[in-house]
Design a binder for this molecule. Structure first.
Ligand code: SF4
Ligand code: FES
Length: 204
């Protein structure tokens, strides 16, 4: 792999081809906020909180740093008026779904986001996909999936798989940025329902 030198926040950073801007920044100790990223999962690009300004050959664009590949002479700004404005808006939209989530509240404070800016539609899930992807990519079980589309999109445990796999796993719970207990609640509800009509749920 060849070495690529780029500039992040005025610092020269060495990265390898194939790396993303987020990976290069993290390697250099530069922090970029993320909600849908996890280092052991495939990049997903759903939350856009990791947006940065990328300047290539004199042209600046806003890109998701968890997806954007490093390239020679790339100039990256992880904080700017535009970047902060976008992050603030994203957080305000997400807070309408999960107003009590501590991770969102912490970020909201940093970016001056108002949790009452948009009408509340509490559903707790911000569709980061971490639980769904972890189950599919790491556990290879597909016990939790997204169902429906658009505004109706939500996570759902697949009872036939979840009743066999989830009680002894629960590894996705702590990944949820809007409180693991919520996911646990959904799982418990689904499995309790399933256990009424099928084999008993094994004791912990
Ligand atoms: S339940 Fe949590 S981890 Fe799963 S998609 Fe929703 S916010 Fe993300
Ligand atoms: S962390 Fe990059 S889009 Fe979510």
């Amino acid at each position: 792999m060849s070495e690529i030198i780029l500039q992040i926040d005025g610092r020269e950073v060495a990265a390898e081809s194939g790396m993303t801007v987020l990976e290069a920044a993290q390697g250099a100790g530069i922090s970029i906020p993320t909600l849908c990223h996890h280092e052991i999962l495939e990049p997903y690009g759903a939350c856009r909180l990791c947006t940065v300004e990328a300047e290539v050959r004199g042209r600046t664009k806003l890109v998701a740093s968890c997806l954007y590949p490093v390239e020679k002479d790339l100039i990256v700004r992880t904080r700017s008026e535009k970047v902060d404005k976008i992050r603030k808006m994203i957080l305000e939209l997400l807070l309408a779904h999960a107003p009590e989530a501590r991770e969102l509240q912490g970020l909201a404070q940093e970016y001056g986001a108002d949790k009452n800016r948009f009408e509340k539609e509490p559903s707790f899930c911000i569709h980061c996909g971490l639980c769904v992807r972890y189950c599919a990519e790491v556990k290879k079980k597909h016990a939790i999936e997204f169902v429906d589309k658009g505004t109706k999109r939500e996570i759902s445990f697949i009872p036939e798989i979840a009743s066999k796999e989830c009680w002894n796993c629960k590894e996705c719970f702590p990944l949820c940025p809007t409180e693991a207990l919520q996911a646990a609640f959904v799982l418990t509800k689904e499995l309790a329902f399933f256990s009424l009509s099928s084999e008993p749920v094994p004791a912990e």
